[in-house]
Design a binder for this molecule. Structure first.
Ligand code: ATP
Ligand code: MG
Length: 449
């Protein structure tokens, strides 16, 4: 079976709306092993929709349409389908009654315009709309099947579950294609490519793809076959790739942010984190708090953009700022230690850098960022502070993003290593007992883990 998707909506031809419904539908087709032959977008014009429908119905066995089932004058998919199939539309009393009931359930009278949504193309099987008013439709025509779905993504999703999935499952062999993912942080694309090279030979080059974005790489892989066989193969590919890439892999869920993974580790270990941000202006805190439940491990942070606030809020010594400058290892270390202690957290994470486009110098070019991670302090032990100096390429946005990404990755690696390995190879900076950052000795050199 081959399929086509048609997205209806003039807004989808404009400059600010993307047709995401077709991606949702393409994923369903992929799962069921149905080849997607083509997809199209048309505006809310009856003639345009009817023309596309005629073309697609002649081309493939399954046409999936979203949009244009609403109550307004621009919702003409029903009429267009009727025209393409050469059939009449009729108002269906039971559908009309159902729509009236939905309004009544909310204590509202049905506006007359909603009558349109009770119009049904002759011969259509109706699909209940659990999240809205307009029913969907399934139509058979000359050996092809046509589904009409609402454009509202949530309404479409409900109908996929209730009708399209079962319909496809009954017709497809069960042999589909499925995707798996791994997300990698802290490694450049070329290095990931180098590490996974053996997998290309073992598993096939076309089974794996590498998608890079700044500071993060998404490995995608596919498996074919029936459900059990492809799940098994996906698991095998995943574990092989994870083994080859190593601990830089942080999740197998494409939607999961690094901040969520770090948060999960903090919660697991019973640790808390405070942040001190200069050039990122709170972006790190934003990423951390975007994760539901982050209050379990994140008391908060400070944005200390000026030297004055680095001094007054964190107690970074004026002499340190004067001697080394705000963008320096010494200041990053002092910020991390101070925010850890002053906010009463196990870890303190600090970022100070030159995000650009201005403000760079020969010694500290644009993109220079110092990151420091302080803590945790075990009873009777000294406070450890790890530090990294990096020079990120790119514009202001990118330097700032990469800074938050590396900060999170430093902490993730620290949490993975566990307390025994904490700060290994790093210089100690300040005694646990030291209440003031002024006592923190400043390690020289560009350490790093
Ligand atoms: P319905 O048939 O559910 O009434 P419609 O197209 O008639 O859909 P609209 O008011 O045009 O209703 O769209 C409802 C919402 O759904 C809008 O926010 C619209 O942008 C969104 N939408 C419509 N089509 C798509 C699509 N292909 N992908 C993503 N969003 C879509
Ligand atoms: Mg529309």
């Amino acid at each position: 079976m081959r399929a086509a998707i048609l997205a209806v909506g003039s807004e989808l031809l404009g400059t600010d709306r993307l047709d995401t419904n077709s991606l949702t539908l393409a994923a369903v087709l992929e799962r069921h092993g149905v080849e997607l032959a083509t997809k199209a977008v048309v505006g809310d014009s009856e003639a345009a929709i009817a023309g596309e429908l005629s073309r697609l119905l002649a081309l493939v066995e399954l046409v999936l349409v979203t949009g244009g089932l609403g109550p307004t004058a621009d919702d003409v998919t029903r009429a267009a389908a009727a025209r393409a199939l050469g059939r009449p539309v009729r108002e269906a009393p039971e559908v009309l009654a159902g729509i009236r009931e939905k309004f009544a359930a909310h204590g509202m009278r049905m506006p007359e315009v909603n009558r349109r949504q009770a119009e049904v193309v002759e011969g259509a099987e109706l699909i209940d709309n659990l999240r809205g008013t307009a029913p969907g439709m399934r139509l058979e025509a000359d050996g092809s099947t046509l589904f009409l779905f609402p454009g509202v993504p949530a309404e479409l999703a409900a109908m996929i579950d209730s009708d399209l999935e079962p319909w496809l499952a009954a017709r497809s062999s069960g042999a589909g294609r499925e995707r798996g993912f791994l997300k990698v942080a802290g490694l450049p694309e070329s290095m990931v490519e180098e590490r996974i090279a053996p997998a290309y030979d073992e598993l096939g080059r076309e089974a794996i793809s590498v998608l890079a974005k700044p500071g993060e790489i998404l490995l995608q892989f596919w498996a074919h076959g029936d459900r059990d066989a492809r799940r098994e193969r996906l698991a095998a590919i995943k574990s092989r790739l994870a083994e080859l890439v190593g601990p830089a892999v942080f999740t197998d869920d494409p939607e999961t942010d690094l901040a969520a993974v770090v948060g999960g580790l903090l919660r697991e270990r019973g640790r808390t984190l405070a942040t001190a941000e200069s050039c990122t202006g709170g972006w790190l805190g934003e990423r951390i708090t975007a994760v539901p439940g982050s209050s379990d491990y994140y008391p908060g942070g400070v944005v200390v953009y000026s030297n004055r606030l680095k001094e007054s809020l964190l107690g970074v010594p004026a002499e340190l700022l004067a001697e080394h400058g705000a963008v320096s290892e010494a200041v990053a270390r002092a910020m991390a230690g101070a925010v850890r202690r002053r906010l009463g957290a196990d870890y303190g994470l600090a970022i100070t850098g030159v995000a650009g486009p201005g403000g760079g110098s020969d010694e500290k070019p644009v993109g220079t960022v110092h990151l420091a991670l302080a803590g945790p302090v075990e009873a009777g032990a000294k406070e450890r502070v790890a530090h990294r100096r990096v020079r990120f390429p790119g514009d202001r946005e990118r330097v700032r993003w990469l800074s938050t990404q590396l900060a999170l990755e430093m902490l993730r690696r620290e949490l993975l290593a566990g307390p025994a390995e904490t700060g290994r190879g790093e210089e100690d900076a300040g005694a646990a007992a030291a209440p003031s950052v002024r006592e923190a000795p400043v390690a020289a050199g560009g350490g790093g883990r």
